[in-house]
Design a protein around this ligand. Structure first.
Ligand code: GLU
Length: 304
């Protein structure tokens, strides 16, 4: 399979398309990003790679980090994590407060903001310094020692993060958050504000394309069975309330973020990151979705 050829072809097609979407504007720092950018990086399990466009341009990881926070909690806590958060698609926007009151503060899944806040609360129990543990894991997997939290983005999120504050307080009042809400929100916003590029992101997610073991370092992060479950949750819950469309059009487990990042994995074959900041109405990268649909059609690579 010539992945570089397929990427070049689909990249050009998507670039020439007229639809771009709008960069997220509810976080002031994200609104300043030029939406007309796109990068792609594919990391194959045989260590080859293929790329296009602005793959080396930095962006904030945003909700894509929720897969990593979950993986870290799952690795240490095992299936007890599922007492704190469910595995069902919510069918609601990422920042919804909707179900919580009737469901005793147990979020439907770990990839909603509510779910990610609960997972961060768990991390505060499991690690002396979860922020440092997260950065260490990311730097080790990517081999990129300069990856860090972008403080301007984190501050920008804090200044406008009213719904996240509401979510954390509501869940705490229902007993499913133990730590101080401000400490928890700081951790959550910092994790979302980690900046990296498409290459870093593809390398970082190689463990989910390789039965839980990072392809390039050989380090096991999850067992094959845990990896299966994380990939299943990405497939069913990874794209806000567009997860069904994503599975239907693309057929790969993946996760998106409001910075316009998307990472997708083809189990046992590759991990693929794409970034383009213009978002569609559901909050997913417009060009990212178009690219992945074209790419999976062109290569025939999907889990179905
Ligand atoms: N930091 C963002 C928020 O909590 C993440 C949202 C996302 O990427 O879905 O609003």
């Amino acid at each position: 399979m010539n992945y570089q050829q397929a990427i070049n072809k689909v990249y050009q097609t998507v670039l020439q398309g007229s639809r771009l979407g709008e960069a997220a504007d509810y976080i002031p720092e994200l609104a300043r990003v030029d939406a007309d950018q796109m990068g792609v990086y594919l990391h194959h399990n045989d260590l080859s790679s293929a790329s296009a466009g602005a793959w080396d341009q930095n962006f904030s990881i945003q909700s894509v980090v929720k897969v990593l926070t979950l993986s870290m909690a799952y690795q240490k806590l095992g299936s007890d994590i599922w007492h704190r958060v469910g595995v069902e698609p919510s069918g609601t926007p990422f920042n919804s407060l909707g179900h919580l009151e009737h469901e005793q503060g147990v979020p439907r899944n770990p990839f909603s903001n509510a779910g990610a806040l609960v997972v961060c609360d768990v991390l505060l129990d499991l690690f002396d310094d979860p922020r440092a543990a997260m950065l260490q894991m990311i730097r080790e997997s990517t081999g990129n020692p300069v990856i860090d939290v972008n403080k301007s983005i984190a501050d920008s999120e804090k200044s406008e993060g009213f719904r996240n504050v509401a979510l954390a307080n509501l869940i705490k009042s229902l007993g499913n958050i133990k730590h101080d809400v401000n400490e928890l929100l700081d951790l959550y916003f910092d994790c979302c504000s980690i900046t990296l590029n498409c290459k870093d992101l593809a390398l970082l997610f190689s463990f989910l394309a390789n039965q839980g073991t990072c392809v390039q370092t050989g380090k096991a992060l999850l067992t094959p069975s845990q990896t299966k479950r994380i990939n299943a949750i990405m497939l069913t819950c990874g794209f806000y309330d567009e997860a069904g469309q994503f599975a239907y059009k693309i057929g790969l487990p993946g996760k998106s973020g409001v910075s316009g990042a998307i990472v997708a994995v083809m189990p046992n074959v590759f991990s693929l990151a794409i970034w383009s900041p213009g978002l569609n109405i559901k909050g997913n990268s417009q060009r990212g979705i178009e690219f992945l649909e074209g790419f999976t059609n062109e290569t025939g690579q999907s889990i179905f």
